[in-house]
Design a protein around this ligand. Structure first.
Ligand SMILES: Cc1cc2nc3c(=O)[nH]c(=O)nc-3n(C[C@H](O)[C@H](O)[C@H](O)COP(=O)(O)OP(=O)(O)OC[C@H]3O[C@@H](n4cnc5c(N)ncnc54)[C@H](O)[C@@H]3O)c2cc1C
Length: 462
């Protein structure tokens, strides 16, 4: 029987997005007794992992900032982290027969995992598919933390003639991801350069670049992966990098492929097709492919200026999750980068659910603001640019974050496998997904409760 106390604490919550963050948020909120509606603009769950082969309608540089295709995943993409570390704490990403059984599987396998997760926990019934949230704003300005309500306007996707539906919620959880809006460099001559310029957001396969001279800008994960597959198809690939101090792995790849050249940053683009680099060298290129990352963008969100995105710093956010003036009724899941994503999103979701139910409370507004200021200060002092505000790269941070609600610390094997994959990728870029030497840790992982907990429930490990 539900007590009055519990009824009062159950909130009507809107979750935006049915990617990994939104799915786990929906599960945790419902578990805590809230009533949940998930709005998902796409036809299925999975977020980035729901591959979209058709990108014809997308502006190649998304100059107007209106993104039509959410997923930036390319056809050949395989995970950069081993599957064992990816799973939510109670739902291991196990190997299944007749599926992609590799440790670093292709993108479809992770999508299937997310579908399995949704079905196992009965999440689909909470999701309104093909429904895009167009506006989220405050119903009125209540007192801090009290009775704040949110107007949510949504519309069946891409149907101009459909009516906007307006609803009111006690709380909104934003889980819309941040790998869809291209972040572009500013290069002299970029607007006048008449040949093909595109962002990796719409790169899918190497075939369209057959016999072309391609300049790939940016040598992070996508830039490296895409260059390696383009080199098999293109006439020449020039990988332009901020720093020529590259990893051993990339260096090996470059010395192996005579068509792949490392270049410094671009100096300017010239109308006749020339791309000149800061060291004075130049090439005539057919295509420039920007693998320069993504920006945070919440085009639907109106917080009256309380939450702003400034050079990829979304703030102010206490612990990358709660805007102090609007918490806990507005929250964000999935903002942090450079961490083991899924378990972290899960801990965020649990914290939000428990705050909304009143099981736990946040520090005072002053204390949250002070913590944010201290954090910004520590980043500045470490010389980290604002655009890297949400790059965590710390297991310790994830563990401390979980302590707010007694969420289990990352298992030692998870940390170890994550690090060994990073080290292996640095040294063996072309082969790290197929050959490794972390067998002992792998065995430890498979014998841990994370993997053994589901043995009797139709899961199968190798
Ligand atoms: C090329 C590439 C490679 C990657 N490789 C890895 C990897 O190997 N390992 C890893 O852990 N991570 C990787 N990632 C990161 C990946 O984004 C995360 O794993 C994960 O998908 C983030 O989940 P999310 O739910 O926060 O966001 P998303 O997966 O982006 O999901 C957000 C959801 O919100 C929906 N949405 C957005 N706006 C609206 C709206 N207005 N109304 C309704 N719905 C909306 C979207 O349709 C989408 O379904 C990669 C990303 C990219 C782009």
């Amino acid at each position: 029987m539900v007590s009055d106390h519990q009824l009062i604490r159950s909130k009507n919550v809107c979750v935006i997005g049915a990617g990994p963050s939104g799915l786990v948020a929906a599960r945790e909120l419902r578990k805590e007794g809230h009533s949940v509606v998930v709005f998902e603009q796409n036809h299925d769950v999975g977020g980035q992992w729901l591959y979209s082969p058709n990108v014809e309608d997308e502006d190649p540089l998304v100059k107007n900032n209106i993104v039509k295709v959410h997923s930036s995943i390319y056809e050949s993409l395989r995970l950069t982290s081993p599957r064992e570390i990816m799973g939510f704490t109670d739902f291991p990403f196990v190997v299944k027969r007749n599926r992609d059984m590799r440790r670093f599987p292709g993108h479809k396998e992770l999508w299937l995992y997310l579908k399995d997760f949704s079905e196992w926990f009965g999440l689909r019934e909470m999701i309104r598919f093909k429904t895009r949230v167009e506006y989220v704003g405050m119903l009125d300005y209540g007192e801090f933390g009290k009775d704040l309500k949110w107007v949510v306007r949504s519309k069946p996707n891409y149907k101009a003639d459909e009516k906007v539906v307006e609803e009111v919620f006690d709380a909104v959880v934003v889980a819309t991801g941040h790998y869809s809006h291209p972040r572009l460099p500013s290069i002299k001559g970029m607007d006048a350069w008449k040949r093909k310029q595109m962002h990796s957001h719409i790169y899918r396969t190497p075939q369209p670049f057959r016999d072309e001279v391609v300049v790939v800008v940016g040598n992070s994960l996508s830039g490296q992966d895409i260059s390696m597959e383009l080199v098999e198809m293109a006439k020449e690939v020039h990988l332009s990098s901020k720093s020529l101090d590259i990893t051993e792995g990339l260096s090996k790849v470059i010395s192996k492929h005579h068509k792949l050249h490392l270049r410094p940053q671009i100096e300017s683009l010239v109308e006749d097709g020339r791309v000149t680099f800061v060291d004075g060298s130049w090439v005539i290129a057919d295509t420039i492919l920007y693998c320069t990352g993504y920006s945070y963008s919440f085009p639907f969100l109106d917080t009256k200026g309380i939450v702003v995105v400034d050079d990829d710093r979304v703030g102010p956010l206490y612990e990358h999750t709660f805007p102090p003036s609007l918490a806990p009724s507005l929250s964000f899941v999935g903002i942090p980068r450079k961490l083991i994503g899924f378990p972290f999103f899960e801990s965020q979701a649990k914290w939000i659910a428990q705050l909304l139910s009143g099981k736990t409370t946040l520090p005072s507004w002053d204390d949250m603001m002070q913590s944010i200021k201290d954090f910004y200060h520590s980043r500045d002092a470490a010389g980290l640019p604002k655009q890297n505000t949400h790059d965590i790269a710390s297991f310790e941070y994830c563990d401390k974050y979980g302590d707010h609600i007694g969420f289990p610390h990352l298992e030692e094997w998870r940390k170890g496998l994550c690090l060994s994959a990073l080290v292996n990728a640095d040294a063996n870029l072309e082969s790290y997904r197929d050959s490794w030497d972390d067998h002992r840790l792998l065995q430890e992982a498979h014998q841990s409760p994370h993997f053994t907990q589901h043995k009797s429930q139709a899961f199968s490990t190798l």
